[in-house]
Write a protein that binds this ligand. Sequence first.
Ligand code: GDP
Ligand code: MN
Length: 364
Amino acid sequence: MKILEHEAKVIFKQSSIRIPKGCIIGKEDEFKSYQKKLAELGPDIVVKAQVDIGGRGKAGGVRMATQETARETIEDLFSKKIAGLPVTRLLIEERLGILHEYYVSITIDRAAKMPVILFADTGGVDIEETAKKNPAALRRAYVYPLLSDVPQYIRRYLTGSAPSEIGETINRLYLVFMAHDALLAEINPLVTTNEGVYAADAKLIIDDNALYRQGIKENRDLTGRERLAEEQGFSFVELDGTIGVIGNGAGLTMATVDLITNSGGRAANFLDVGGGASRDRVSYAVRMLGEIPRVAVIVVNLLGGITRCDEVAQGIVDAGVTQKIYVRLAGTNEEEGRKILSEHGYEMLDTMEEVVTAAVRAVS
Ligand code: GDP
Ligand code: MN
């Protein structure tokens, strides 16, 4: 789950990472109610839209202002969409006198099975360009996960000639990363000023599998439908295409989504109903996709093992959605499944290629 900048900064501060003075305001707040707090931030300020996108600054979501222009800038940002997202909250901060911008991020390298720290001397809004054009500028180090701190030699290797406080901040960020079960902790830019080192920006993504341990009751990033699917025990992700996908097993379902893409179509979702899919679960899954307006047709691609094809066929029939369904069932009770489907006017095809080709043709 993504943590917004102003929330991440509160967490960073608890771990002694210095952050700019600031206040958070909502669209509904009256100017008068925060005017005093604003004045305490000093003459020059930064107004930052709390929208969760990359390249926010470049999209116009970060504005420099003064006490005189604050109100105008705030009203302007609230009236705009940034990269298509409405702005409901702004973080207003003192403007730092930045001497230098660094980049630091910590993530998990799944192949190495270890946290990996990335650091660059050249932080800021063009870090992606730097990574592409000059990958050597991005230094990388793994941290053995049983160590409680980032060892000094790794800090020195990463930060080179940067001030040692930068290395200390990297270590504090690593402690945040570990303590909060993060998948990503990033500060870009991490800046030096005459008053010391500050996290001018903050990004934190918590592993969805750790939300319970982190005391987070609800995953805000899920759509209403994704939440329903989670309750059913489905693995479900919304995509933006027109072909609904139901499979069993993550591999088969992903392969179905890929084949749709390779065949020139676009999947509307990923939905893995899991093992032993019963009639009711299949019916629920089909109805759920049937209710999504962008879904024009549905591909059902299931392998019968513990899952019985006749149960699946019954579930499809029970759902009774208006969209055309392309079904491929193979395995246990395949023939019974075929019979049920054909009795109810549904057709079962024999291979995954056939159902996908037929579905893509139907929508193009
Ligand atoms: P992002 O585009 O979402 O990554 O937004 P950031 O919070 O990183 O801000 C974008 C850029 O604005 C930074 O790279 C800085 O160059 C600049 N910036 C942000 N805060 C300050 C500040 O307090 N003082 C100054 N001088 N520049 C800032
Ligand atoms: Mn940034």
